[in-house]
Design a protein around this ligand. Sequence first.
Ligand code: PAF
Length: 285
Amino acid sequence: MGMETVTDSRGLRQRVAALRARGGRIAFVPTMGNLHAGHLELVRQARRLADHVVVSIFVNPAQFGPQEDYGNYPHTPERDRDALQETGADLLFLPGVAEIYPQGPDLTTIVEVPGLNRILEGEHRPTHFNGVTTVVAKLFNLVQPDVAVFGEKDYQQLLLIRRMVADLCMPVVITGVATMREADGLAMSSRNGYLSAAERALAPRLYAVLARVKTRVEADGEDVAVIEQDALRELAAAGFQPDYVSVRRQSDLAPPGPGDTALIALAAARLGPARLIDNIFISMA
Ligand code: PAF
């Protein structure tokens, strides 16, 4: 059967009920559209995990700061619809802003994951994660999936969603999927499309710098703060404006202590009009 598209919550609930009536599990992949191979990998993973796959495309105004790229965020709904259909999604939810925020994004009830929402990305984008957790909670309530799939490129987002689901006792299993990369190492992102040819050629340096951070931390002979400072300097010298490079614990993004073995290095940097984020896992075992 072909993929259906619905734009209103009532239609969505009816279609989801029809999928449920057929039996089996429902997987959900929330996106903001302009889909690339990384998103399609999330859909493939959803297919492996469940019998029915629901995808949403909604550019969520609540997760953009006032100076950010909400107005320019790329919309490619026709292309996205074809790609989803080909990848095997069953149902696409494509709501407008008034459907998700009937009183407007500023007057909605907020879902906040305190602490985690103010560090790293949250220091630079103070309202971002409340927007993410609020919209994902709404979408979970609408779709009521058994499992939901998120990319590990947005590692902090993945942790916040796991925390929200645990704190609010939401009956959804959260699955993370490894970051998909271009051949030169650049993490796939809708925002890569903002880069000029020269910036695009430079962009893989972000991951290369993280890879060097990983090598040095795993060698275990140096102060992590020195490694982070070197990485910031290297990015700035290459032409980025880095916001942070930070080594943290994978489990809760706290600074690592003695005996912590599962770490992650996370970075965010501006390159021309784009703000890129990436991360790399570090194993001290
Ligand atoms: O990762 C994204 O694309 C967005 O933050 C999400 C999860 C779809 C919420 O708007």
